[in-house]
Design a protein around this ligand. Structure first.
Ligand SMILES: [Zn+2]
Length: 116
């Protein structure tokens, strides 16, 4: 359900951004922070349904997920963290607790448009 409303919001934004009424959207690139919690498969499914009979009908959806960073609270050792993988709660160097940084941002990075 979450993804259905996001798909609608993306479509609304894209249609609002069209340079001319007869423009066609060909590609939409999205960026998701590591904690955005968006399931692309599901989002794409809803988008495919919603885009029908709109200028975004030819559009394909792409999503890039950013990785998060684990930072040691003591020695500042850093590692990339991919959400879904095992989270190391302790620093591998000094065993102090780690903290995780990364956003839950989600936004449209770019839109490709074709004018008739
Ligand atoms: Zn450390």
């Amino acid at each position: 359900m979450h993804e259905a409303s996001i798909a609608q919001a993306i479509l609304d934004q894209v249609l609002k951004a069209l340079p001319a009424p007869d423009s066609r959207v060909t590609k939409i690139s999205l960026i998701a922070g590591p904690f955005a919690g968006i399931e692309f498969e599901s989002l794409n499914f809803y988008f495919e349904e919603l885009k029908k009979d709109t200028p975004a009908a030819p559009a394909t959806l792409e999503m890039k997920t950013l990785s998060a960073t684990i930072i040691c609270t003591s020695c500042s050792h850093q590692e990339d963290f991919t959400p879904g993988s095992e989270l190391k709660t302790k620093c591998p160097i000094c065993s102090a607790p780690n903290r995780v940084t990364g956003s839950s941002d989600f936004y449209i990075d770019s839109i490709e448009v074709e004018e008739e």
